[in-house]
Design a protein around this ligand. Structure first.
Ligand code: PXP
Length: 253
């Protein structure tokens, strides 16, 4: 099936964190992120992403257990590089683990990991996860030194942070946006040449996804907040299908 081949060339991971944000605003059992994950599966997502934060502000431990039990799609567990999170990942053994920096006071993940500063610790942290069969990804800025360090610590994947590119676009700072896009392109090529699989994500919308999806080395985009917001107006399935179409169009499909 040519269609499937093209789709798998750039996978879409749907991040369902903010379904849990709405649920937790009231302390109810609904809306259920597992139901959203099943809908994402039906709408053609290639994976589901969930960030178990240290403060459990959206996804809970029980959500991770239920996602692992319910999903046929691969789960990408985003987490900080802490002992607690490592034990959880080793217990569940999700398909992928994406290590992200985490500060409690931030609204969202604001920057990439400082892999260079934590090189020895991250190498030790990644080894048991990789041995357990998880594909370990590091969420990094488009910075050559960080990408080279990601290779050295044994990551299989880097996920390039697209937040700065998206913010610059929405602020109308177009020359700076284009410079950031050029960095994303160059660093995707560098990472792929080093043998890393390259993903990207954060802040992507229908307006900003095209130029990122067109970067040939990218194999996966992880997108959440915009899709959950768009789902309020059109439903989650159509929102995901719209993103899939935008990605395919950018890829020349
Ligand atoms: N990728 C990573 C590593 C993230 O931390 C996040 C946010 O949790 C995303 C992608 C998705 O970002 P957004 O929700 O802004 O689409």
């Amino acid at each position: 099936m040519a269609e499937t081949g093209r789709r798998r060339d750039l996978r879409l991971g749907v991040n369902i964190d903010h379904v849990a944000t709405v649920r937790n605003a009231r302390g109810t059992a609904y809306p259920d992120p597992v139901r959203a994950a099943r809908l994402a599966e039906a709408a053609g997502a290639d994976g589901v992403t969930a960030h178990l934060r240290e403060d459990r502000r959206h996804i809970s431990d029980d959500d991770i257990a239920r996602l692992m039990a319910a999903l046929r799609l691969p789960l990408n567990l985003e987490m900080a590089a802490t002992e607690e999170m490592q034990a959880i990942a080793l217990r569940h053994r999700p398909h992928a683990v994406c290590l992200v920096p985490e500060r409690r006071e931030e609204r969202t993940t604001e920057g990439g990991l400082d892999v260079l500063r934590e090189e020895a610790r991250l190498a030790d942290f990644i080894a048991p996860l990789a041995a357990a069969g998880c594909r370990v990804s590091l969420f990094v800025a488009a910075d050559p030194a960080q990408i080279e360090a990601a290779r050295r610590v044994g990551a299989a994947v880097v996920e390039l942070h697209t937040g700065a590119y998206c913010d610059l676009h929405h602020e109308g700072r177009l020359a700076e946006r284009d410079a950031e896009l050029a960095r994303l392109r160059a660093e995707a090529a560098r990472a792929a040449a080093l043998g890393l699989e390259v993903h990207a994500g954060h802040g992507l919308t229908y307006e900003t996804v095209g130029p990122v999806a067109a970067i040939p080395e990218l194999r996966e985009l992880n997108i959440g907040h915009f899709l959950i917001g768009e789902a309020i107006f059109v439903g989650l399935g159509p929102a995901i299908e719209g993103m899939r179409r935008a990605m395919d169009a950018a890829r020349g499909g």
